[in-house]
Design a protein around this ligand. Sequence first.
Ligand SMILES: [Zn+2]
Ligand SMILES: [Zn+2]
Length: 386
Amino acid sequence: MSDLIGDIVASGGHWQQVRRDLHAHPELGYAEHRTAALVAKLLQEWGVETHTGIGGTGVVGVIRKGNSERSIGLRADMDALPISEANDLPHASTNPGAMHACGHDGHTTMLLAAAQHLAQASDFDGVVHLIFQPAEEGKAGAKAMIDDGLFERFAIDEIYALHSWPGLEVGQFGVGPGLAMGSSNRFYLTVNGRGGHAAMPHLTVDPIPVVAEIVQAFQTIVSRTVAPTEPAVVSVTTINGGEATNAIPTSCTLSGTVRTATEEAIDVIADRMQRISEQICAAHGAEGEFRFVRTYPPTINPAAQAAFARTAMASVVGQDQVFDPEGAMTGEDFSFMLQQRPGAYAFIGNGAKHGALHSDRYDFNDDVIPFGATVWVRLVEQFCAR
Ligand SMILES: [Zn+2]
Ligand SMILES: [Zn+2]
């Protein structure tokens, strides 16, 4: 294990305070004003060139050392989730209805700890971009930063991100080539029929059995349309229709999510859902309005950058503590950044006892901060030496 961990552990109380302060003041996507201001203030205190307001509330810090133009981007997300915290902690959320339930308070803190070390103590020959992005949770803050010129304003050769992961122990990391996270997409269907008395169904076009049939048919998409070797998910998560036991409603709606490992599978599934919806509706004399929304593309790690990240992690915690994760069908907007530049999306073990991601009891594990910060620093130093 590295001396650097020792250094950061020595200042660990400070970083724990920063992390808990962020946890107590969670802010939803694009409203990370306090968080972004704190990030910018600290970066400026350390003499880091700081750019604010990128893609809304995004912040980019730039540290140059030596003469090399080699340039690496490190990304942390800053936003919280619209969840009411159930923890009774001294640093529990003071912002009702918002909570750091995905560990982004920890991601921000780990990148800040690395930034201070890189600015003040580390010797490397190259350029580091510290990217603090807004709105990872469903609002595509990464894309907002890209659309606001992230890669035009800053020359970034490769880009990396770390996400806390309760499935790994503290001191463990996960990174591998290929699928890190699935694409994330939403669908909405409204089935319009003709309402009437429940005792005279022959005079109506009942949307309820139509929706039931469509839900069943959707279940055949992954099993019969997508190749068995390819992971994909179709989940219907809401159904709404009807108000009375003795009345057939005019319409019924459903919605849900689709996750895939490839862009091509999104096209195949969206097309099949559209046809199932329209044609089952037509068979019953109803009309279907189907809408498919692509949220995030799949997060795919190129093999070379995944291997490089693995080497940097192994140099901190040892080969046997770095795992090749299976990939999860949860979504991640870092995928937009990986479409622009090679890089890797990696996991940092958070231990099990701090709860599951997106749970109202999740609390980022402060013991992880030195490991994450050290891996960030090591990644930069090894990248610039490469
Ligand atoms: Zn999340
Ligand atoms: Zn997250």
